[in-house]
Design a protein around this ligand. Sequence first.
Ligand code: TXA
Ligand code: MG
Length: 321
Amino acid sequence: MSIIINANPISLLLASQALKEGKLVAIPTETVYGLAADATNPSAVEKIFIAKERPQQHPLIVHIADIDQLTDWAIDIPPSAYQLAKKFWPGPLTLILKKHPKVHPIITGNQETIGIRMPAHPVTLAILKQGHLAVAAPSANRHCQISPTTAQHVEEELGDKVDLIIDGGPCAVGVESTIINLTSTPYEILRPGMISQEAISAVLTEKIHTQKSTFSPRVSGSLDKHYSPKKTAMLLPENAILETSLQYKKVAVMAFLEKPKAWSGYWETMPTNAEAYAQKLYSTLRQLDHTDADIILIAKPPMDWLAIYDRLQRACAISHS
Ligand code: TXA
Ligand code: MG
């Protein structure tokens, strides 16, 4: 059994101590829970890959608590990185920069670039500051499964593969950070998140391009099937749900409309506001995955909810593996 502890001054001290000893600690962030290891300790970082069963070439994001730490991890940092950090950090934006030569290749998947972000969660910021730490932390789920947005989800996903789980409550944002590559020309959004391209463009003068879902094994969030429930899930227009449901014995639905009176399966009515929807997305998928339904039918959200649309498409993709 892993240990879940509530965030308090003593547990924060325990967490930074455990990280310094090379242990794995699950930490709350505003996006999803992370599985953290001291980023300066390659053998601790290696444990992340084993615990998650994650292929080694998938690079990890380094989480910092102070903008001054950027220069420990990256070189040739463009002014735009500081402009974005000033505007959006702490917050759900990951910057891809040229890596510092001292960074161990296990973190970067042997690439010349590194992903860095400052998470907006007081508990994790306190753990990092207390120990003068930077941590490598992917989402605390098994590879390709649904990301955890509560401490209980982490336990469900990783159990005793993690030494300590710090419970910082449910994540406020609910989907992973936006990733922008600042080493390419033009800059490129590699993973959409709740910080939109428009919001980023408003801060920068440089051009930005959004990567279309091309298959790139270097970015695990861009594998076709990812963030997936174990059950088959299908994304379809809301008005096709009832008719489609007739083909199955028991159906779980994630829709915008209220549950119809005669409905006998599972039905979750989702918020019509993107922020509130994102916050509930993974916990609802997880909850419906635990039912005895044969399939999860999901009403398509508006196309301009890019981050949400992206995660739902991947949750519903046919596995190519
Ligand atoms: O919100 C988040 O970003 C969460 C929380 C825990 O901070 N973290 C997260 O980590 O989603 P992970 O490992 O599940 O996803 C990180 C993504 C992966 O798709 C990885 O390939 C990409 O970031 N990534 C990391 N470093 C990269 C690099 N140097 N170049 C391109 N992609 C990179
Ligand atoms: Mg992940």
